[in-house]
Design a protein around this ligand. Sequence first.
Ligand SMILES: *Cc1c(COP(=O)(O)O)cnc(C)c1O
Length: 435
Amino acid sequence: MPDLQFVSTRGGAPPVSLSEAIAQGLAPDGGLYIPTRLPTVDAAGAAAARTLPAVARAALAGFFSGDRLQSAVGEIADAALDLSAPTTAVAAAEHPLYALELFHGPTAAFKDFGARFLAESLQRLESQAPTPMTILVATSGDTGGAVAAAFHRRPWVRVVILYPAGLVSPRQEQQLCCWGENVSSLRIAGTFDDCQRLVKAAFGDSALAARHRFSSANSINIGRLLPQMVYYVASSLDIGRRTGAKPSYIIPAGNLGNAFAAVWARALGFPIGRIILAHNVNRTVPDFLKSGIWQPRPSIATLASAMDVGNPSNMERVRALYPTVSGIREQLSADSVDDATIRARIGEDFMRYGREWCPHTATAAEVYARLSATERRAHPWVVVATAHPAKFNEIVEPIIGRPVAVPESLDRLLRLPQRALDLPPTLEALAAALA
Ligand SMILES: *Cc1c(COP(=O)(O)O)cnc(C)c1O
């Protein structure tokens, strides 16, 4: 038995090892996997580390203790986290302000970190399996591209991406459809909710599920949360060294996977001050923190489309860690930003700071701007930059009045030919496409 066991947030599934939790994704009772206790971390090792893989070794070893993957965690981190995630100063700001830039990976959004770590982990668990597994991903934009990039050309897995026709940005679509080989892209005549419903229906069809060995790679997989913790640990220690103070983070949030990783990093003892969630007009979390009533609702389409989530699943993990509403209020605050304000913030911060924000990052920049001067002075603030603005050029460029330079890795993907299969939103059509 591993030293640390993982159980479902809903309490209705047997405890499993970390490897099993990663391989399963969702627990059989529909809950999310969490450890039975928080492991201890090698704080001195993390403080001495200067690269993400080195920080990962110190911060994550406890989660892997006694697991099948224990001896592999270093290699997994070396291969998956060979990405830069600098916390850069916003030089023109009046008070100490930074951006944690999570957009330097192959698909220019933070989801690259989790998808790559998950791929490296599953490779070590799955590559000897007699038949390849099929990862079904319903995506509203960034997840599908990150998963495709991370799993492309791995012979033990097939990736099938479902995305809503006409509801992703042109460059996001290109990143979903440029892969080929073991990655197929299905353009569904419907919404993101239809894509999710189809994936659930496919998982629920036992004959289909057995034939294709379905797995999911969505953001509820604990194998994606662990590496996201690593950049918060590295960033907070870095800011601590540079300023002698504990930074606070403002995090663009949808399903709360990225934000929960920050909550975990702080709970493990790393020097993180306040954590504020920046939502678009999908206000489920801000309304919950205000009223104490959890009221999921259908998602609303916004400019920050990767955050269009009406029922954020990782809230279950927050509630497992902090069971009362007042306990959660001590840990987190949240605010909501509408599309007009996102546009205004992109323009204003470009003029004021010379920074180009993507629409998601702009929600966090707006929440920063709403802080009082006293709060802004109190300690260093870090706006988490979740995607590169070049991914959303059709929104950002008209506002700032000039082209956004495209990073080299993104440029390479944009030049590849695009291929997708158009499908109606039915399980029959999906089953036929999988055959
Ligand atoms: C996915 C995504 C988010 C939201 O992250 P969650 O973990 O779902 O809260 C924010 N910004 C960008 C660019 C994303 O791709």
